[in-house]
Design a binder for this molecule. Sequence first.
Ligand SMILES: NC(=O)c1ccc[n+]([C@@H]2O[C@H](COP(=O)([O-])OP(=O)(O)OC[C@H]3O[C@@H](n4cnc5c(N)ncnc54)[C@H](OP(=O)(O)O)[C@@H]3O)[C@@H](O)[C@H]2O)c1
Length: 273
Amino acid sequence: MPLTGLAIGCLGGGAMAQALLTGLIKSGIQARNLYVSDTRHERLDYLSRELGVNGRESNRDLVRESDVVILAVKPQVVEEVLKETGDLFQPRQTLISIAAGITTRFIEKFLPEPVPVIRVMPNTPCLLGCGASALCSGTNAGDRDRERARAIFSAVGRAVEVPEGLMDAVTGLSGSGPAYMYVILEALADAGVRVGLPRDVALLLSAQTMLGAARMVLETSEHPGRLKNMVTTPGGTAIAGVYALEEGGLRVTLMRAVEEATRRSRELSGGLK
Ligand SMILES: NC(=O)c1ccc[n+]([C@@H]2O[C@H](COP(=O)([O-])OP(=O)(O)OC[C@H]3O[C@@H](n4cnc5c(N)ncnc54)[C@H](OP(=O)(O)O)[C@@H]3O)[C@@H](O)[C@H]2O)c1
């Protein structure tokens, strides 16, 4: 395990930091090797009490004590925090940023050369250990740093590597994707109610069906088209439903959603850097 014995610190102790720390503990990392800093005292108390991790009032102390620092503050706070702590980083450390829209080049401006930086775009299901994360490398990051980041984000779901130029596309697909899935699930539950099912039953069946279908794709590695063919018998119910989806333009609507979100991500990150 590339994380064994390393001190891992979350700079910022919000929702995402909590998810990552929880996932790391579940994956076998000892809480005594985990650190968190936050401006809110109650947040540190809570995380120390619930997870047994080490709370630090000072971001500078956290950076001094960590081998891997996960930058987990809101994007608007990144510059302030890097101005406060940047001079402390050393090449033996890995700085992993999860701040949406902040480039590795921007982060590197505040660090002494050659500190390795990895940028990650996770999504909210990380909170349940079921996230989808994409990571990319800054100028000085090597295999050691990528392995560290992969191990951390594999502890809260699945992680893939992409070139940095694709991070807006990742934001448009998996970063924003949970919202699309919730809209689809709500619509399916409404549809179930329309054909006579109680709402709670309709929602449970819809959500479990989405989860099951996603697992079929991930765990069988079959093409989704082939899996769809397997449930569409000639003249049957599923193909009648698929016909209605095609008539309604579902595919192109989803493609447009990802395209629009990607465009918006580019627009927003252009304003941050
Ligand atoms: N949540 C997601 O699903 C998600 C997905 C992808 C990427 N991200 C990225 O993950 C990062 C964290 O998101 P989050 O949802 O975990 O945010 P969050 O819950 O707001 O967590 C950030 C934490 O940092 C604290 N903080 C603020 N200023 C600080 C400072 N100067 N030093 C130390 N701590 C400070 C905040 O305290 P206050 O509340 O008092 O400000 C808060 O507890 C963001 O950059 C976001 O873009 C999140």
